[in-house]
Design a protein around this ligand. Structure first.
Ligand SMILES: [Zn+2]
Ligand SMILES: [Zn+2]
Length: 136
């Protein structure tokens, strides 16, 4: 911990990790929430659009992107399902595709079990030569 100047307002504060003083950090967090809200309502908005709509500097939005708080700008802000392409909030698949994939997977597993059942002999099974059985 040491004294440092806030990167945003220049105020001296006790720095732990953050380059911003608590006031500015709070302001940025609030701004971040606003950006998230805006993007929920306007998926696919560009950085410039968001900055204009919220009346903030483009560099602040860029900073959120750079620090990983927002998804990269291009091609869209919104994550999309790998399978059907509908917008999703996180992950790689939408709920529906996840469920579908899971049921397909369990069907496949069931099929494999069936195959095992149909296999005629196991190592421990007794087998007889066919001609001996016939002879009897
Ligand atoms: Zn500050
Ligand atoms: Zn999907």
């Amino acid at each position: 911990m040491s004294l440092a100047n806030c990167q945003r307002c220049g105020k001296v504060f006790m720095r732990i990790k953050n380059p911003l003083c608590p006031d500015c950090q709070r302001a940025e967090d609030e701004l971040y929430d606003k950006v998230v809200e805006y993007l929920k309502e306007n998926p696919g908005a560009t950085v410039a659009e968001v900055a204009t709509a919220l009346d903030v500097d483009v560099s602040i939005i860029n900073k959120f992107v750079r620090t990983g708080r927002l998804a990269p700008v291009n091609p869209t802000w919104q994550a999309r399902c790998n399978r059907c392409g509908i917008p999703i909030s996180s992950g790689e698949l939408c709920e529906q595709c996840r469920l579908q994939l899971a049921s397909e997977l369990s069907k496949e597993l069931a099929n494999k079990k069936e195959e095992k059942k149909e296999r005629p002999y196991r190592k421990g099974d007794k087998i007889y030569l066919i001609d001996r059985v016939r002879q009897k």
